[in-house]
Structure formats: C-alpha cells, structure tokens
Design a protein around this ligand. Structure first.
Ligand SMILES: [Fe+2]
Length: 276
C-alpha cells in the first residue's frame, strides 16, 4: 500500500487550510473523514491498525502511581520524505515539561514492527513533518518523530486522565493527537491553551481518526479525565500521539544530551590542549 506523498508536495485544500489555521491560531482540527482522505488509504487497512491498541503494555512509570495507562513507543528519522525507524530508545522529558513524570529516562514497550511500518504511521509522519516544515519556515529537512500509542482505562471511582502531568507543552515543534477509539466514556476533552493558560478551545474528539494538530512552540494542551458511562465496565480511550522536532535542534527538554554535549566539549578542549 502506498500513501500519498506529503513531504513538500503541493498542498491540497485541506492541507492549505490546516497550514493557514496553524499559522493563525496555533492549532488545526481534522475531522475523521479529512484524516482518512489525507492518508489516501483504503478503509480496510484501518481496522487491523486500530486492533493493535489491544496489545499495549502497562505504563510502569506513573508518578501518581496510577495503573490506568497502557502504551507503546517508537522513534523515527524523517528526512526528505524518507522514514527510518530508530533503534528502540528511552523517552525523556524535562521536569520543565512534565513535572509528574519528567526528569528520568522512561522505557516503554516498542511499537510492533508492522504498526511502526504501517502506511498509516508513515502517512502521519509525513503529514506532521510537512506541517512542521511549513509553519517553521525552516530549511530543516531532517526531523525527529516520536510515536506514542496510548490506552486510558477509567473506572468509576479512580481518577484516570490522559494527561496526568496537567496542562503542558511537549517541548517539541508540532504535536498530532489522534483519537483511535473511545468506548463507554465520558470526559476526555482536549483543551488548547495559550502560553499564559488562556482558553483557546475545548475539543471533544468523537470519531476514530479525528485529530488535532498543535504548534507546541506556542500553545499548551491538556486532556480531561475519563469516566465510564456505565459501571462496572471501564471507560476506554485509545489515542495516537506523534511529536516532531528538528533532528539537530537543541532539545531543551533533553538534559542528558546537553550534559553529553558539555562533556564532549570538555573532552575536545582537553584534547586540543594536549595537542598544543
Ligand atoms: Fe502532551
């Protein structure tokens, strides 16, 4: 299956509108049909993709001690339309961006190969990179993409929230938040706020493949807790989050990279002094 190439391709009307909205307000919403249309894939390929959310593993790194989140994680290099999955690696956020779970290397189960390689994943990586490229007016052609598969399971008397860290930025350039499925669920409203916390929008993603794209440099986001409509069955909210930043950007949240760079700078300095 081939997806429509989006990297620096001429923009269709939906993409032109999305770029204009991102530039004007910092976020853009895509209805489910628009997302599917942009991906340009036959309907039958969506079912096997979403079924993989049945096979996520518990998030063992919850600072609030919660057991309500399952996930998988993958990272990609996207350069000039070529997408390469990177070796499995930690996920790191600074305390600045995630006061609850930041400041430590977190290891999650890898995204299954057939899902990481799936045309839907590649289509969304192309879409995100294309949008990030256009809103930043950069010559940057090499992007780092991260993929998070999430399931939140909400019970009647237990707080279950898709964003336990609260209102936040992810510390990247662009974020795609896509609903994969919701069952027996109340809540789960995506709030978009400006850098001062002022309310710009509250969006309820209702249908599979509906998504919101956010300029993470300008805006913050949050998702409200979920509750079951009918107990004792749990509420379920499945989501896909993709983030994008320039590959060589000084990632402000990446303290260990900064520390490694400082160390290598010291080593270079020492080496130069020895050679002199
Ligand atoms: Fe986030």
């Amino acid at each position: 299956m081939n997806h429509r190439p989006l990297w620096r391709a001429p923009l269709d009307e939906t993409m032109q509108r999305a770029v204009a909205q991102l530039r004007a307000t910092g976020f853009a919403r895509f209805e489910a049909a628009q997302s599917r249309d942009l991906l340009g894939l036959p309907l039958e390929c969506f079912g096997p993709y979403t079924e993989s959310w049945e096979r996520l593993d518990p998030d063992e790194w919850m600072g609030d001690g919660g057991t309500y989140r399952r996930r998988r994680f993958a990272t990609f290099s996207v350069e000039g339309g070529t997408i390469v999955r990177k070796p499995h690696q930690r996920h790191y956020q600074s305390r600045l961006h995630n006061q609850l779970n930041g400041g430590v290397d977190r290891w999650f189960s890898p995204v299954e190969p057939k899902i990481a390689d799936h045309p839907i994943t590649h289509g969304l990586l192309s879409l995100g990179t294309s949008l990030a490229y256009r809103i930043t007016d950069t010559a940057e052609t090499h992007w780092h993409g991260e993929m998070h598969q999430f399931r939140i399971e909400g019970k009647a008397f237990e707080r279950a929230t898709p964003t336990p860290e609260g209102l936040h930025r992810d510390g990247v350039t662009l974020v795609i938040m896509m609903l994969i499925d919701r069952r027996n669920m109340l809540g789960g409203v995506t709030g978009i706020r400006d850098s001062e916390g002022r309310n710009l929008a509250d969006l309820e993603l209702a249908s599979p493949f509906e998504m919101v794209v956010v300029d993470d440099r300008r805006l913050q986001h949050v998702v409200t807790p979920i509750k079951p409509i009918k107990s004792p069955e749990s509420a379920v909210r499945d989501a896909l989050v993709l983030t994008f930043r320039p590959e060589m950007a000084d990632h402000i949240s990446d303290a260990s990279t900064l520390s490694r760079r400082r160390q290598s700078a010291k080593l270079m300095f020492a080496r130069e002094n020895i050679e002199e």
